[in-house]
Design a protein around this ligand. Sequence first.
Ligand code: IVH
Length: 672
Amino acid sequence: MDRQSASARAERLRRQLNELRYQYYVLDSPTVDDAVYDSLNVELRNLEAEYPEVVTPDSPTQRVGAKPLAKFASVAHTLPMLSLNDVFSIEEVEAWQTRVAKLLGDEPKEYYAELKMDGLAASVIYEDGMLVRGLTRGDGRTGEDVTANLRTIEDIPLRLRQDPTVPEQVYRGRFEVRGEVLLYKSTFAALNEVKAAAGEPLFANPRNTAAGSVRQLDPKLTAARRLNFHVYGVASEIEGVATHAHEHELAAKLGFRVEPHSELLYSLASIKKFIAGWNERRLDLPYGTDGLVFTVNDRASYLSLGVVGKAPRGAVAYKYPAEQATTTLLDIQVSVGRTGAATPFAVLEPTLVAGSTIQMATLHNESEIARKDIRIGDTVIIQKAGDIIPEVVEPIIALRDGTEKPFIMPQNCPVCSQPLHKKPSEAVWRCVNFDCPALERGRIIHFASKDAFDIEGLGESTVDVLLDAGLIKDMADVFSLKPDQVMSLDRFADISAKKLVDAIESRKHVTLDRFIYGLGIRHVGQQTARDLANYFGSLERFVAAEPHELDSVAGIGKVVSGSVTAWLSSERHREVLRKFAEAGVVPVSFERATGPLSGQTFVITGSLEQGSRDEVAAKLEALGATVKDSVTKDTTYLVVGTDPGASKITKAEKLGISQFDEESVIRLLGAS
Ligand code: IVH
């Protein structure tokens, strides 16, 4: 390919990838399989590696890439980034409304109501349609230049989307939007899962973690946190944008994610309804919210109302009461999970928080307890944020009477009595006895859980019963359970026993990502399991993974790859895998793209110029093909690179399987 056609191809790839990215991240409605996105991305990367001069700043490959900074530069905001006055009751909202009506000389016709997202404010600035700068709020007048970090957020377009209904002015010169950087609850949980597995102190909450992530000096770290960005306003005067609602519409047209739950309201009664309507429902949103924002919709009126102190008069934040309560901490006990982590938890005097009774709360680890100086007998503040596990915020020291007792971490595992261990670099004590019943129990519960094998009816208590009766020793044994064995247990009758065995039977062929996740390999959370499944495609290939292959899986670092390698090389784990296979438990290969090569099975031998074996395999798979390691009668084509394996060729010849050279593969990939 010459330079000119490379540049044209790169431009088309960039457009297409940006469009797919927008559909995936902003609209949440991908139109193609991930593998298609990935293979186009690989092609663009290769092209840009070969012709570095065709790289443009808005290329999707340029999201991460900036070098770590020594510190952030301070930059003055063109317009100050204001904050909002908070109110806590409907009466205060009414008082605000009355003030506004008085100042305007009339009731505002419309209020724009939206959710107040609980993250970190940021401003993103475009010059001629290209993202040039991203700033934190800072003190409102001056923020920190976190451009490289904000560029890693997929919700933020690197180039504004072209839209024929958008005034030209937006694409010429400077244009600025403002919004909230958020860490979604699920992303937060996944990050903490990794932290917990590594025995590191957990992140406190999504908001602080989002803020910390934006202020990382190394954009790679920010990228790994998978942040989101929701726009709540436009900070440039644009012709035709006469209301706050228009600002949101404009931002959406330009490719931003805007808060989708907004409404135009016309009266105090509808404001009341909006507040009541979101009271509970907001807890089910995938991100944290701490209230609502009401804004005078008409921009001219809003601006005429001016600013007092740091807050505009034309808008107000309604804050929901925090979901905290106080109770007595009766005891601190230690539970041991599947990774051996011995986690102290609080046993509480049962109390009602945000609508549910809480009797236990996590205390994270020994050093957290010491840091917060939590003692047995303390009156403590507990907190429940949405669906996050309740936690002890702090003790109320003023209420102590001297009978409170400090917590002493036990030296031995409360289950198997073996000594607990702690690495100097970690905060967590662990039971390192592989045979500890608590670990095995934890592994089985994890394996059967919703996000793993999802076996209905096999929850904690059933696992306990089966273990106690000696019917299972490890997760693979679950698949050999017979109805009459289960029936003999106290808790079960004919029907319930059969139901459990049927439920187990029906989960023999879960998807590969669930299978890998279910194995409970340290550091392998759901996302990592998905990455691995995507990359390897089949259990066969995953089990045979070499360390260097694991290292080349996108999103997987040394720690994870080391942990996977160690897991796979353990004889006991091999035994579990063997037992799975004997019981007929075989994951279905990872969801494949369907395409022109669907139904065809390729085997690759030798090295290819096109890229690594796995890269070429990914490209073929993106077109629907299956790629396997060994030649069998089901193989459709053998792809022969340089230095091919003689045995594969001999076998293919014997079975009469067609052979392909690299040229033909390139043609095939190009033509399909
Ligand atoms: S409007 C004039 N709308 O809350 C201030 N702010 O307390 C413009 N926030 O700094 C802000 N969701 O970080 C607005 N839908 C929303 C918001 C929102 C969250 C944050 C924002 C702001 C702070 C003000």
